[in-house]
Design a protein around this ligand. Structure first.
Ligand code: ADP
Ligand code: MG
Length: 577
């Protein structure tokens, strides 16, 4: 039932949750221990009570009986109260545990190497880890309960039985074995069913969306295919129901076998108790107390094995994903200081995206000096964006070395850089859309708005986005905001990756003269198809197929009459016409 992976994951999960909130963990299980003690105390008091009752037949010691009766009542009520409190704690522990674990997970994901977010396997792992959060918290509770509640319960019972008569200890396996056997007989049944119905579930979901989603519905009407889809849906539904029905039928049979096993266990225990009673090894009180607690013993054992461990085993895969993600080591405290360096140097750097054969960058070597402006030019897919991301430390080279002065370039953790390309539309106020690049900065965003987004004529505090009943911005307006956002931050190194792709040509020209001002004291990498603007660069790097084809000042590349020259001339001619 338990493999080593299960044990290791259980241990790791417990360690994580214990370290996250030690007090809550201890409190939860301390209360569990108290509850267990009251339940066992109840059984023992019951024995004393029955024994006292049996002994008083004939004489008149009623005071002792009344005292025991009161004691029994108090313990019963106490046990109920503690049970209620324990349930409350349990619920709280799950809610709070899920919250802090989710926070931790998000923190970990934010520390991820950026390249992982380009890797579909990694994304699937993140998704699994997210699903595992709730399961992990529940696993930890089940494990704690298994020890402090169920485990302790059966240990205390064992001690109690043993102290009365050694033979009585055999009662424990008489409970455990039938419950275990009936669980094992069912375990495969439901996992098989889950596997079979998951396909039907996906099918049904798809057909339902065909009926409810706009674009599908339109096409369905156009094809006159309603009846066809309805039939498809009912077919899946029928198979789905059939699978569940037949599994439940089988489960009912197995349940019957399980009940028989439990019955056999119960009868065996009663026979044992009777024999012990006749032989004078136990008192009537012990017989009565154990007899009264039998149902509880079976149901607790069943709860532990089929419900709790059943769920835990089923969910252990997602729990493992969560543990792996949380225990992943990321170097968090290191960063590159892009305000204080003399040069960034690429030494034979190559880069390949995950699961790709062809490299995006092939053997790149060049230097960037502090304060320099470099333009990256080249056809689509030549590696300009990839190279920008390596410069800033978002991606690590697959081969070769990048250094900042004497030290190796670290992964991107630094505040002193800004990159803007695929502009994001944050559904927040105009002000927050800009402030997000540097939240600690006190300066008003107004100066940047005036430069780049004056024509928006939207109040700084208006939340953007149709969802809030506001006018949405056009693509170009969103990109203007993104530019304002990028320049709001005091960055030492700035990457402008096609920053004006969505902006109209007239504005574009004025933006480039603004950029020239903004970039004056900064190191900047400019990726652009707006070739007129590459003149603001000190140096141009012309990329093709991931390699540096031409490199030098504008004048030098023009006089070389190579690929850059041809590209520039074509564009310039277009404008002349
Ligand atoms: P550019 O910015 O010059 O258009 P990119 O740097 O975006 O070029 O792309 C360089 C090469 O890497 C292209 O062949 C592209 O298909 C590939 N590439 C870019 N991004 C990814 C990615 N996330 N996963 C796999 N391949 C990618
Ligand atoms: Mg690009």
């Amino acid at each position: 039932m338990f493999n080593t992976n299960f044990l290791k994951n259980s241990f790791d999960a417990t360690k994580i949750m214990y370290n996250l909130d030690k007090r809550a963990y201890i409190k939860n299980f301390a209360v569990g221990i108290v509850q267990t003690i009251t339940i066992v105390a109840n059984t023992i008091l019951m024995q004393f009570f029955i024994d006292a009752l049996a002994n008083t037949v004939g004489n008149n010691k009623t005071i002792g009986i009344i005292a025991l009766l009161i004691g029994l009542a108090v313990v019963t009520v106490l046990s109920e109260i503690i049970n209620g409190y324990q349930n409350y704690l349990y619920g709280y522990y799950i809610d709070n545990g899920v919250k802090i674990l989710t926070d931790l997970l998000h923190e970990k994901i934010s520390e991820f190497e950026r390249i992982k977010l380009d890797d579909s396997n990694e994304l699937a792992n993140i998704e699994r880890a997210r699903k595992g959060v709730g399961n992990l918290v529940e696993l930890v509770l089940v494990l704690g309960d298994a020890i402090t509640f169920y485990g302790l319960y059966f240990i205390l019972l064992g001690i109690y039985f043993f102290s009365i008569d050694k033979k009585m200890i055999i009662i424990l396996p008489m409970i455990f074995v039938p419950v275990m056997l009936s669980h094992l007989s069912k375990i495969k049944l439901f996992s098989d069913m889950d596997e079979k119905i998951s396909m039907y579930k996906i099918q049904m979901k798809h057909f339902i969306s065909c009926f409810t989603k706009n674009n599908y519905l339109r096409e369905m009407k156009y094809l006159n295919a309603e009846a066809f889809f309805k039939n498809k849906f009912y077919e899946s539904l029928k198979s789905f129901q059939h699978e569940i029905f037949s599994t439940n039928k089988k489960a009912a049979k197995k349940d019957f076998i399980g009940k028989m096993l439990t019955f056999i266990g119960t009868v065996a225990i009663i026979l044992l108790l009777t024999a012990e009673l006749i032989n004078g090894n136990i008192t009537v009180g012990v017989f009565g107390a154990v007899f009264a607690a039998l149902k509880q013993m079976f149901s607790l054992m069943d709860e532990l094995i089929s419900v709790h461990f059943g769920d835990a085993m089923e969910n252990i895969g997602t729990v493992e994903a969560t543990i792996n993600l949380i225990n992943e080591k990321n170097d968090t405290n290191v960063y590159n200081d892009y305000t204080d360096f003399t040069k960034i140097k690429f030494n034979n750097v190559s880069f390949t995206y995950p699961h790709q054969k062809k490299s995006a960058l092939d053997n790149i070597s060049f230097e960037i000096h502090k304060g320099e402006k470099i333009a990256l030019v080249g056809p689509n897919g030549s590696g300009k964006s990839t190279l920008s991301k390596l410069i800033i430390g978002l991606y690590k080279p697959s081969r070769g070395l990048i250094t900042v002065d004497k030290s190796k370039l670290r992964l991107y953790k630094d505040k002193r850089t800004a990159i803007f390309q695929e502009y994001v539309k944050y559904k927040m106020s105009v002000e927050d859309n800009i402030k997000i690049s540097d939240f600690d900065k006190k300066e008003s965003v107004k100066s940047k708005i005036d430069l780049y987004a004056k024509d928006l004529k939207i109040d700084l505090h208006t939340r953007l986005g149709k969802e809030f009943g506001n006018e949405d911005l056009s693509g170009g307006q969103w990109q203007s905001l993104a530019i304002a956002r990028g320049f709001y931050k005091d960055a030492g190194l700035i990457i402008l990756d096609e920053p004006t792709a969505a902006i109209d040509p007239i504005k574009e020209d004025s933006y480039y003269s603004l950029f020239q001002q903004e970039l004056k004291d900064k190191t900047a990498i400019l990726v652009t198809h707006h070739l007129a603007s590459v003149k603001i660069a000190d140096r141009i790097i012309y990329l093709k197929d991931g390699r540096i084809k031409e490199e030098g000042s504008f004048d030098k590349l023009m006089s070389m009459k190579g690929e850059f020259y041809r590209l520039y001339s074509t564009q310039a001619n277009k404008y002349k016409k």
